[in-house]
Write a protein that binds this ligand. Structure first.
Ligand code: AMP
Ligand code: ZN
Ligand code: FE
Ligand code: FE
Length: 279
């Protein structure tokens, strides 16, 4: 089994890249891709651990980029990216800065509403590279202003609520270009979570090379439909657990619970090889 959708502490996962590789090896996975949200900062550590411990499983450097189409979230996965690509790193830095600035603004709004959360508190809760609304929600919970993360979103930081500030606008086509230029393969993440099916066609038109067919929340019917689409448009098939660590949301708490088999993986790898014909 190849689990090609995994988050570490570099974004919002609970395990470090090293812990993930160790666990993947222990449970006998054939390969994993590290796909942190909008960051590649975990890849170096993962590679180092992989080399030092002479792991037999395949390790694929990856990323999951958050993009938006008319306020709808569209996630684009990138496989075999060069995590040292300057253009990619510059863009990721820009996104990170924009997120910091947005968090500051949201904290400021909360403060002016009389809710004494601080930016330092929020920053501390965001252990990785990615600061987001979940961390602000956590801060509000810690301070006792709300009973749950859900309540924090409903009352204060959800879309249309008083402390909400929109995110930096990043389009799927920008993510696709960026991933390709960093030598990666762009894949549409969890199509089943999209509110409109037309968005799948749109992503294909924009140039994704594959679909994440296998995903914990996809039904058998969805999987069959996506397999059909992949055949029709000659797209790569990928899959993964969206693992975020034990104790995180149920469907995302089991490493290797979903993924692809050896033959499907071989096709992804072959595609990657074709793109990098040694001169
Ligand atoms: P951000 O990218 O900073 O806007 O945060 C988006 C994240 O907040 C999503 O990926 C969800 O994990 C979380 N989120 C969004 N809406 C809610 C909600 N109503 N309740 C709990 N978590 C939410
Ligand atoms: Zn996540
Ligand atoms: Fe996602
Ligand atoms: Fe994910």
């Amino acid at each position: 089994m190849f689990d090609l959708h995994v988050h570490s502490t570099a974004s919002d996962g609970l395990l470090t890249p090293e812990e993930i590789l160790k666990k993947a090896q222990e449970i006998g996975l054939s390969g994993i891709a590290l796909t942190d949200h909008d960051t590649v900062s975990g890849i170096e550590a993962a590679k180092k651990y992989w080399t030092e411990h002479k792991l037999s499983l395949d390790f694929i450097p990856g990323i999951e980029m958050n993009t938006e189409v008319d306020e709808t979230e569209v996630h684009i996965l990138g496989y075999y990216i060069d995590h040292q690509n300057t253009r990619l790193l510059n863009k990721l830095e820009e996104i990170k800065e924009a997120r910091l600035e947005r968090a500051r603004k949201m904290v400021y709004r909360l403060k002016s509403m009389g809710l004494a959360v601080t930016f330092e508190q929020v920053e501390k809760l965001a252990r990785g590279d990615l600061i987001g609304r979940p961390h602000i929600a956590q801060a509000l919970t810690e301070k006792g202003y709300v009973f749950s993360i859900k309540e924090a979103f409903e009352k204060y930081i959800g879309k249309g609520r008083p402390a909400y500030v929109p995110r930096y606008k990043f389009l799927p086509q920008d993510a696709i270009q960026l991933i390709k230029r960093a030598g990666g393969i762009p894949v549409l993440a969890h199509p089943g979570l999209l509110p409109k099916r037309e968005l799948i066609q749109e992503a294909i038109n924009l140039g994704v090379a594959g679909l994440e067919v296998y995903y914990p929340e996809h039904t058998h019917e969805q999987v069959d439909e996506y397999l059909r689409i992949c055949r029709e448009y000659h797209l790569l098939i990928t899959g993964g657990s969206d693992f975020h660590g034990i104790g995180s949301e149920e469907s995302r708490s089991r490493l290797g619970c979903t993924g692809i088999d050896q033959e499907t993986y071989r096709q992804l790898y072959a595609y990657h090889q074709r793109q990098h014909i040694p001169s």
